[in-house]
Design a protein around this ligand. Structure first.
Ligand code: FES
Length: 195
């Protein structure tokens, strides 16, 4: 969208809300291409996102596009409405799966990081992404539901149990990448390469 708007000569701002800069997928690429239009807000350092500032200055032909999980969309939509935006100006893309992930039959497995001696145990009740973060490794991510593909990791060895909605059937059969936010492992150990 940013590139398309830029090519059309249309003005835009992108406000990117994320838990930490290490989890902000594609931020470097976007902020390099559009340094004055892209702003990042993270939980771990100021500035914090301020809807009053971000949503001010809109005219009747300004559009607001909110992309993210349901709670974020509802909160920002309500703030925009309170600030005078019309329903017709507000559009959103929900990060949500049409099916639901179940964890009843999940097993423990290991993630080995190539080029290091690190082996991380993924417990049955946590995701591989959570286990990586718990162990101090930052992996870019966004939806955490297997929808956006921002957390993709290269699989060097082992057999992933693909549960995402991002990879194509062919990519699943290749088993060369997996989404740690929701996918698991059919082999006791998956060896991966961090980005
Ligand atoms: S964070 Fe979106 S697919 Fe993993």
């Amino acid at each position: 969208m940013a590139r398309a708007l830029d090519q059309q000569g249309a003005s835009f701002e992108l406000h990117y809300l994320c838990r930490s800069s290490g989890r902000a997928a594609f931020f470097d690429e976007m902020s390099t291409a559009f340094p004055s239009q892209v702003r990042l807000y993270t939980d771990d350092q100021p500035p914090q996102f301020d809807a009053v500032t971000a949503f001010s200055g809109a005219t009747a032909d300004t559009g607001l596009y909110i992309c993210g999980p349901q709670g974020l969309i509802e909160a920002l939509e309500n703030q925009a409405l309170e600030l005078g935006w019309a329903h017709e100006q507000i559009h959103y893309e929900l990060f949500n799966r049409s099916d639901s992930l179940t964890h009843e039959s999940d097993n423990r497995f290991e993630i080995a990081l190539i080029d290091t001696d690190t082996v991380i145990h993924v417990e049955a009740d946590e995701t591989a992404l959570e286990a990586l973060m718990r162990s101090g490794f930052e992996v870019p991510c966004s939806c955490e539901q297997g929808v956006c593909g921002s957390c993709l990791l290269e699989v060097v060895d082992g057999l992933p149990d693909h549960r995402d909605m991002f990879l194509t059937e062919q990519e699943r059969e290749e088993n060369s990448r997996f989404t740690p936010c929701c996918s698991r492992s059919l082999s006791p150990r998956l060896t991966v390469r961090l980005p």
